[in-house]
Design a protein around this ligand. Sequence first.
Ligand code: 5RP
Length: 233
Amino acid sequence: MAEPSRLEIMKKAAGTYAADHYIKDGMTVGLGTGSTSYFFIQRLLERCKEGLNIQVVGTSKASEEMAKKANVSCIPHENVTDIDITVDGADLINPNFEIFKGGGGACFREKIIATASKEWIVIIDESKLHPTLFGTKLPVEILPFCYQTTIKQIHALGFEGELRLDEKEKLYQTDNGNYLLDIQLTQPLDSAKSTHDALIKIVGVCETGLFFDMASHLIIGKADGSVEVREAK
Ligand code: 5RP
């Protein structure tokens, strides 16, 4: 088997730590999406095999599929109300715990699961720490109906975005059948909240990839396999 890369070591350290330290018997657990969440889910499913009794809800079909394959109880979406804890990854995070998410294409589902959770924990490798949020694209999930009008209004706010394409060069569709507009910022955001508020007001915008005032803890995986845990201020 190939040696794990530096990034994999960091992601695995963060995911494993979260599964071992934050999840307790009887909890309803939200499963994040992406390569760091993969390690969280993997360790969580191991713990279920060892006797941990939980039920889960996925932020994507891929994450849910992992749980279903391991015969862990998945709550049907129409029955989801309260979630004890959700653990999810991030694309970039600044010192104020303002986060860009949705790079893995699960923007809206990740947001609704996060807002339904009593506790929301973010797991990252060190490369995701950023002094500002300037440097990666901000995904915005938009409804397909008349989507060009939605994009026009987003552009009118001064944001330049491109629709995400899938591996067949077709318009990428989220698990909810929506499109993703990846906004390339031309300067750091003045405020995550006002940017989110401006975008979400546009009819046709389903959700933005800006997450703020949500995370209670940040778990940062390091290249030596250790973790650093930061608490929200
Ligand atoms: C998916 C996400 C992911 O959590 C984010 O892209 C981080 O992914 P990874 O852990 O693979 O770096 O927001 O929509």
